[in-house]
Ligand binder design. Structure first.
Ligand code: ATP
Ligand code: MG
Length: 641
């Protein structure tokens, strides 16, 4: 047998693997054994997502604390590798589904995701729908609405049956199932055939999408199905057999109905949505009775559409049925970077070289474009605080409360540069580069070009150009200068660690007024004032501040050690900064001379090639990107020399 044919057959066998088929009685027996099989749509969706795994983040022990201001937060495995920095949105969404699953008022509401372009509304909706794809559910055979079989049970028997089965029974048969029952099964519902299907968006089973439609082409049949005109001469108008129940609410019954850019539709069109939520029923075409609907209604829109819709007095009834969740842009630098890592990995550029900091400068731009200025700190500092970075000032971790910053900028994240804008700029930087690479330098260039070409609003344009040309450029030059200097230091980490160790020995001896044993000479000695000063001045700790700094460091480290935590040079932000600056300063001159000079002597050549090697092997550059940043450094750094 052909290899292909084998594969095809094997796949067909496995996908068939015994789906349930049986009479209603057999179905009842099965439900009695496992009542969990019966679920309304919200519950099914909620549980499906939770089944992937849920974790409650310990907000006290992580920097989540700052970011979420102490709110309890859960992370859902299902979203973890797809969405970044959206924990708050996802938590709200899951809270909605959870209450709806418990048949709270939410199960009769539309979930609306509202946010700026490219904030991930569509992607989030797609991902939610995908969770259902392939899940199984039971329904009446031949029923276009794929209704819950328990709806066969007449009202008079429902209470007893509910008790026997341990489930709640909700809703009524579709007109077509009812016709089948009366005519084909002669009312004997115990014989009605029950089958099992999988949810499938492409197969239009349990997942339906309603695209936005203009007023002319808009037709409620998209939502509720039609009457099949060709059958009207065979059957009477009120015979259910003329119905084609293939509208979104029919198809999406038991699962999800998505409304793409919902408020682009005319209001008349949306009234069906209203009855669907309020009464859990939607109209049927023609003269037929309403049909039952149980499903999650997920809609999305952007802010201007929302504002326009909200301002119309006549829309109140619908507004009352909407639970709106804002989907703002990401304001955390590290999370924003992950978005582009993901997007590039999944694009045709996934083999391209991404030089260090390239995605960082791009993300700095998008995040800063979204931030509102504050008079508590500058934009760059605000970005770092939002990212949970420690801001060191005069030897202390600067305490600007993230909550204060967020309080004064309530609407933050709803405008600014979109993810798509950044992606386009990265793509264009990649396609323009002959070496198939992006570096911070060509990213900043490409972003600047795009801003000039695409941003129409003069004020925004100037603000963006200043962020790129001034704030980001200067910050990048700092990063670059440090990185090059670091690359000149052989065994950087060890050197930093050993400086840290001796500083700690000295500071402890100084604070406790004792002598300590020199690690190398094994001799008793008193603390080396000159050495400590040279480290401290790196972060502006001078004069009377020294004593405090030394005892702070000592106390901090010892309390960490007591708790059994490891202590290294990275443990305490201010000291780490001081140690690193000390090292970097010690090689600044040589790194400038060697990098800038056109003719190097033998020793300089050696140091240069070692530095290059470090950049490539340890820091992630390749030959071309290393060359590009070194040239850039030579031309832009150390101007005064
Ligand atoms: N926080 C995020 N995490 C991961 N990916 C994201 C995030 N925000 C946006 N994206 C990605 O950005 C791209 C654009 O998002 P999407 O199309 O979902 O935006 P949208 O909100 O629907 O915008 P529009 O209003 O223009 O339709 C998607 O590929 C999405 O995966
Ligand atoms: Mg969208």
């Amino acid at each position: 047998m052909s290899e292909f044919l084998k594969m095809i057959k094997k796949q067909r066998e496995s996908s068939k693997n015994e789906k349930f088929e049986g009479t209603f009685i057999e179905y009842l027996e099965m439900i009695k054994k496992d009542p969990e099989k019966v679920k309304l749509a919200h519950k099914r969706l909620y549980e499906t997502i939770c089944d992937f795994g849920v974790e409650t983040v310990d907000v006290d022990s992580s920097n989540y604390r700052d970011i979420f201001n102490g709110d309890k937060i859960r992370t859902y495995e299902y979203f973890k590798e797809e969405f970044f920095g959206m924990e708050a949105v996802i938590n709200k969404l899951m809270r909605f589904l959870k209450s709806a699953a418990h048949k709270g008022e939410e199960s009769r509401q539309v979930l609306l995701l509202m946010g700026p372009v490219g904030a991930g509304k569509s992607a989030l909706t797609e991902h939610i729908k995908r969770s259902l794809d392939g899940q199984r559910y039971y329904h009446l055979e031949g029923d276009p609405q794929r209704g819950e079989p328990l709806q066969l049970i007449p009202r008079s028997l429902r209470n007893d049956m509910e008790e026997m089965l341990g489930v709640k029974i909700e809703g009524d048969l579709s007109p077509i199932a009812r016709w089948e029952l009366l005519n084909k099964y002669k009312g004997k519902y115990e014989n009605y055939k029950v089958v099992e299907s999988t949810f499938s968006q492409r197969g239009r089973r349990g997942i339906a999408v309603v695209p936005p439609m203009d007023a002319n082409s808009q037709d409620v049949s998209v939502l509720i199905g039609t009457e099949d005109i060709s059958k009207l001469d065979r059957y009477s108008e009120d015979d259910p057999r003329v119905l084609s129940l293939n509208g979104a609410f029919n198809v999406g019954n038991r699962g999800i109905v998505e409304f793409v850019e919902v408020f682009k539709n005319e209001i008349e069109f949306l009234h069906t949505m209203l009855t669907a939520t309020q009464e859990k029923r939607v109209p049927a075409p023609g003269k037929h009775d309403m049909v039952f609907f149980d499903g999650v209604i997920l809609a999305h829109c952007n802010e201007s559409e929302w504002n326009r819709f909200k301002s119309e007095h006549t829309n109140e009834a619908i507004l009352d049925r909407v639970v709106k969740i804002n989907v703002p842009y990401v304001l955390e630098l590290d999370q924003e970077m992950r978005i582009y890592q993901k997007m590039i990995q999944r694009s045709d550029f996934n083999k391209a070289h991404i030089a260090p900091h390239a995605l960082k400068v791009a993300s700095m731009f998008s995040v800063m474009s979204r931030l509102k200025p504050s008079n508590k700190c500058d934009l760059l500092t605000k970005m770092k605080i939002y990212n949970g970075d420690a801001i060191i000032e005069k030897g202390r971790v600067k305490k600007v409360d993230i909550k204060d910053l967020k309080d004064e900028a309530r609407h933050e994240g709803m405008e600014g540069i979109s993810t798509r804008f950044i992606m386009k700029s990265l793509d264009s930087a990649l396609s323009d580069s002959e070496k198939e690479m992006i570096t911070p330098i060509n990213v900043i260039d490409s972003l600047t070009r795009q801003v000039k070409e695409q941003i129409i609003d003069e004020e925004a344009k100037n603000r963006y150009l200043e962020i790129l040309g001034k704030i980001i450029r200067e910050e990048y030059l700092k990063i670059l200068e440090n990185e090059i200097a670091k690359a000149f230091i052989t065994a950087y980490e060890e050197q930093a660690q050993s400086l840290f160790d001796s500083y700690l020995d000295n500071a402890e001896a100084y604070t406790t007024k004792t002598r300590f044993k020199d690690k190398i000479t094994r001799e008793e000695r008193s603390p080396d004032e000159k050495f400590m000063k040279s480290i401290e001045e790196m972060i502006g700790v001078v004069g009377s501040a020294r004593d405090g700094f030394r005892s702070d460091v000592t106390a901090y480290m010892f309390s960490k050690m007591r708790r059994g935590e490891t202590v290294d040079y990275k443990s305490y932000g201010p000291l780490r900064e001081a140690v690193e600056q000390y090292l970097i300063t010690s090689v600044k001159d040589i790194s400038r001379i060697v990098t800038k000079s056109k003719s190097r002597d033998d020793d300089q050549k050696k140091r240069y090639s070692e530095m290059l090697e470090t950049l490539i092997v340890e820091y992630g550059y390749n030959e071309h990107s290393a060359e590009e940043i070194l040239t850039y450094a030579a031309n832009n750094l150390w101007r005064d020399s």
